[in-house]
Design a protein around this ligand. Structure first.
Ligand code: SME
Length: 177
């Protein structure tokens, strides 16, 4: 933390381009995570950074957060830190966009959620969605999920930069065994 800098200052993205904003999210995340390897803390600040970055771009993201895999708790994905409205509390691996991303270990970029077979509508207003798996030691430990009120909100830039963020997140934390 630089002198005279508040933690909340990391939420001020100003007006910028999407690639720049998402690169700034990753750099800010890495700076904040220097102080912590605790997953709740790191995923919480990642969700906040993403929420503010997309809103600074006037992209109407209505949910940004994580579903986690903790075998001590459940065999399913369990709701983790997020920004937005109350959401589905657990999701079976292989079900919905999140479950498919976790099962296949691949990013799911969905321009129209109504066209995704088995999409789970936690919020009926969501139109498009991107889900990025977070992999540690070859295992999916969580998925990053971002939802938007507009169709086709996410593209190749989001995919690339969120995948880079997912690597930074994986490297930043220790995971429950
Ligand atoms: N739509 C997701 C469920 C999670 S919520 O969007 C927050 C899915 O189909 O997996």
């Amino acid at each position: 933390m630089g002198e005279g800098k508040f933690h909340a200052d990391y939420s001020n993205f100003g007006k910028t381009l999407k690639r720049e904003a998402l690169e700034l999210v990753r750099m800010s995340f890495e700076a904040l995570a220097e102080d912590s390897r605790y997953w709740v803390l790191n995923l919480s600040n990642a969700a906040s950074l993403l929420w503010h970055a997309y809103h600074s771009l006037d992209i109407p993201v209505n949910w940004a957060g994580f579903y986690v895999v903790d075998r001590n708790v459940s065999k399913d994905l369990v709701l983790g830190p997020f920004q937005g409205k109350v959401a589905c509390q657990s999701i079976q691996i292989g079900k919905g966009v999140c479950g498919v991303a976790a099962l296949e270990k691949t990013t799911q970029c969905v321009p129209d959620v109504e066209q995704f077979p088995g999409h789970i509508a936690c919020d009926g207003e969501t139109q498009s969605e991107i889900v990025v798996p977070i992999v540690k030691d070859s295992q999916v430990i969580a998925v990053l999920d971002i939802d938007c009120l507009e169709k086709a909100a996410f593209d190749q830039d989001d995919t690339e930069l969120l995948e880079a963020l997912a690597v930074a997140i994986s490297n930043s934390l220790d995971w429950p065994q």
